[in-house]
Design a protein around this ligand. Structure first.
Ligand SMILES: NC(=O)c1ccc[n+]([C@@H]2O[C@H](COP(=O)([O-])OP(=O)(O)OC[C@H]3O[C@@H](n4cnc5c(N)ncnc54)[C@H](OP(=O)(O)O)[C@@H]3O)[C@@H](O)[C@H]2O)c1
Length: 347
């Protein structure tokens, strides 16, 4: 049967790890198809195209953005380059899915948001977990008062990478450090849950205060914690890192019980799982939340479906939500004196 809508033709900007994951899962989306890739080098673009089927391989990002047969661009460079290429892509009339964190700072994120508005293109920050039914179920449970009034949120996303001063994980010129790389997930989750707890799509903290251990050579944050205070008596404890393995997960404590999500962000292909415990009940209730497509196919479809409906943002991760996230990350970074080049005044 012929499809009612043409598929959204995707161009991927960059050929690194996440670009490859997205390219692998995109064929299982319902709305998209991979049309082209752009790399700083023709060899990398050709190798990528060779791996993922018949797509056009451009040897520069500019050439990708000028490709008339690309509708939407997925920005997958290290974070400090997101703003430049997202703004350029918007000016070429391309819809935008931009990797997390949207940028290094709120200021840059506001400039991307303005460029998307000015050029009337779609914009979403690529928080893929927001597009998975496990996250929708979590929000539904909190909103329904399943564990009563929410008091405390604990979110952890951390890993230990082997040290390489030139990698984007540790090089501050490439946005290195845990707060921006994976702390951004914990902030976005706490803001989502605090919002659901207070009948809002998301909530912004009144205050964030953090601590961090910085790498002695590169200055990137190896591991960090923060406490956040949200409106209406909701508190959060966040923990992150690129230099320390921790027990990742989400726990939410309410007046009538608690919720534990073991895999809140990198949700397994077989589906999600939410555990609910209540005082006085020995048994934990387990809610399984399967998905009919892989995580990044769901993300591509959140974009594709919104664009088909004529919208310029997705309810999964609205632009104001991204701006609130960047503001919170700025505050966390500021409290631990973690400064990037783009924070400094132009000389
Ligand atoms: N949503 C997720 O699940 C997820 C997972 C991992 C990462 N991410 C995000 O995606 C972005 C990329 O992460 P990644 O792990 O894919 O990084 P990566 O493997 O290092 O790839 C980054 C790519 O960006 C391009 N690039 C442009 N300028 C660069 C520069 N100066 N140095 C290095 N690479 C440069 C390169 O592609 P070309 O050489 O082809 O130009 C490179 O392959 C980050 O913002 C990260 O936070 C998201």
């Amino acid at each position: 049967m012929a499809e009612e809508y043409p598929r959204l033709r995707w161009g991927i900007l960059g050929t690194g790890a996440i670009a490859q994951t997205f390219a692998r899962e995109l064929p299982q989306s319902r709305t998209g198809q991979l049309a082209a890739v752009g790399s700083r080098s023709q060899d990398s673009a050709d190798a990528f195209a060779g791996k993922f089927g018949s797509l056009r391989a451009h040897g520069s990002y500019e050439a990708l953005l000028e490709d008339p047969e690309v509708d939407a661009v997925y920005i997958t460079t290290p974070h400090p380059l997101h703003a430049e290429w997202a703004i350029h892509a918007a000016s070429c009339g391309k819809h935008l899915l931009c990797e997390k964190p949207l940028t290094v700072s709120l200021h840059e994120a506001e400039v991307i948001a303005k460029a998307a508005r000015d050029h009337d293109v779609f914009l979403m920050e690529a928080f893929m977990y927001r597009c998975h039914p496990q996250t929708a179920k979590l929000v539904e449970l909190i909103r329904a008062g399943t564990i009563g009034k929410i008091g405390l949120i604990q979110a952890t996303f951390s890993f230990q990478a082997s040290f390489n001063p030139q990698s984007r994980i540790f090089d501050k010129k490439l946005g290195g450090g845990g707060i921006l790389d994976v702390g951004c997930y914990t902030v976005s989750m706490a803001r989502l849950v605090a919002g659901a707890a207070t009948a809002r799509p998301f909530s912004n903290p009144n205050q964030i205060q953090g601590h961090a251990v910085l790498h002695p050579e590169t200055g990137a944050d190896l591991y960090a914690i923060a406490n956040a205070e949200f409106p209406e008596g909701v508190l959060a404890l966040l923990s992150t890192g690129v230099g320390l393995n921790q027990k990742n997960g989400l726990r939410v404590y309410g007046s009538d019980g608690s919720i534990h999500v073991p895999d809140p962000f990198l949700i397994k292909p077989e589906g999600g799982m939410i555990h609910i415990s209540r005082p006085g009940q020995a048994e934990t209730e387990r809610i399984s939340v399967p998905a009919d497509r892989p995580l990044y196919a769901l993300e591509a479809d959140a974009v594709g479906e919104a664009i088909r409906a004529g919208r310029r943002e997705s309810a999964a991760m609205p632009v104001d939500d991204s701006l609130g996230n960047m503001a919170a990350l700025d505050e966390w970074r500021s409290s631990v004196h973690l400064i990037y080049e783009s924070d400094l005044p132009i000389p």
